[in-house]
Design a protein around this ligand. Structure first.
Ligand SMILES: O=C(O)CCC(=O)N[C@@H](CCC(=O)O)C(=O)O
Ligand code: ZN
Length: 334
């Protein structure tokens, strides 16, 4: 395990107090800050382009601690880098406040949706992150036609029966076997395939730049300093091997489970009610016929094809997803 607690604490402190730009890097790396909390690192001859993001939601701190530790290793010259790399600390003001967001959920605003949102911290930041990632991929183009990978790391509000999993955005370009091998090397428990476009950061990078991209869910959201970082050692090692250009660690766990989104529950009004206790975990298999949620004139019931519930949340803003129902994916793409 390569977390260096002291150095990463200093980086988080610098991030939270707007001093991150003071960081220094080995001479072999061309380092530029494209935005607050957005760092581009270029080795001499990159063999791929990788974007790693964390803190798109400000209360999801474990991924930020992991990214800070990775940054500390890069600064110290301890982490080899064969890839053009963009590190993104997603939402610094929300991280400072310890909140998912300040004005609106940023992970619903990408792909230009920020233009139609009420102006605020997240609409401005989503626009800037879009510009920064566009600048990164434009710079990367000068290095040739490099494979593009994006991992957007999150943690979940509820506990999960499959604690660590990926959500792959709806996409029409090919995700190669190597990408699924990377997810397997992360020792993920499950992979969920979206079936419709969305406003997530991972969907944006996939759609706009042809990246093989996913959201990584790494357990339950906890405040800074309270994360069981050793649980994410496999993800950390796989990311470090990817960046170094070395062989990925071999998977030790049983094979990943694959699911597809069958239905999105969209809350449309404040009359929305969820009939699930907060202790119900993600990937709980609900009984057929059970009424999961209702609104004044609408009701959502479980069928026997797609009974697995993911991200049930009654407190989302009207118009947003209040839960997903999943079915098993019997013929995953890879
Ligand atoms: O626990 C929850 O309810 C949400 C955790 C979270 O932030 N998940 C991401 C998933 C993004 C995706 O679907 O790819 C989100 O809701 O933005
Ligand atoms: Zn999140």
């Amino acid at each position: 395990m390569t977390f260096s607690a002291e150095k990463s604490e200093a980086i988080i402190e610098a991030l939270l107090s707007c001093r991150l730009r003071d960081a220094r890097f080995p001479a072999a790396l061309e380092a530029s800050w494209l935005e607050e909390g957005v760092l581009q690192l270029l080795p001499a001859h990159p063999t791929g382009a990788v974007v790693i993001s964390a803190g798109i939601h400000g209360n999801e701190t474990a991924p930020v601690e992991m990214l800070a530790a990775l940054l500390a290793s890069l600064m110290a010259g301890e982490q080899p880098l064969s890839q053009a790399l963009l590190l993104v600390f997603g939402n610094p003001p929300a991280l400072r406040a310890g909140k998912r967001y300040l004005h609106s959920d940023m992970n619903r605003l990408f792909g230009g949706r920020h233009r139609h949102a009420v102006p605020g911290n997240e609409s401005r930041r989503a626009a800037r992150l879009e510009q920064a990632t566009a600048a990164f991929f434009q710079r990367v183009e000068a290095e040739g036609d490099l494979p593009r990978v994006h991992l957007d790391m999150h943690t979940a509000i509820r506990g999960s029966r499959f604690p660590q999993f990926a959500l792959i955005p709806f996409h029409q370009h090919r995700y190669g076997a190597a990408f699924y091998t990377l997810l397997a090397a992360c020792e993920l428990d499950a992979v969920v395939q979206h079936t419709a476009p969305g406003g997530t950061f991972s969907h944006y990078l996939s759609d706009a730049f042809g990246a093989q991209s996913c959201t990584l869910e790494l357990g339950k959201a906890r405040p800074f300093g309270q994360n069981p970082l050793s649980c994410f050692a496999a993800v950390d090692s796989a990311i470090r091997a990817l960046l170094a250009g070395s062989a990925l660690p071999a998977r030790k766990q049983p094979p990943m489970r694959f699911f597809t989104v069958a239905q999105s529950i969209i809350k449309t009004s404040s009359s929305f009610r969820l009939n699930l206790d907060p202790s119900v975990e993600n990937f709980t298999q609900l009984p057929a016929g059970f009424e999961i949620a209702c609104e004044h004139d609408k009701s959502w019931r479980v069928d026997d094809v797609a009974p697995w519930i993911l991200f049930p949340n009654a407190s989302v803003a009207p118009g947003l997803r209040a839960g997903l129902l999943l079915k098993p994916d019997l013929s995953p793409q890879h």
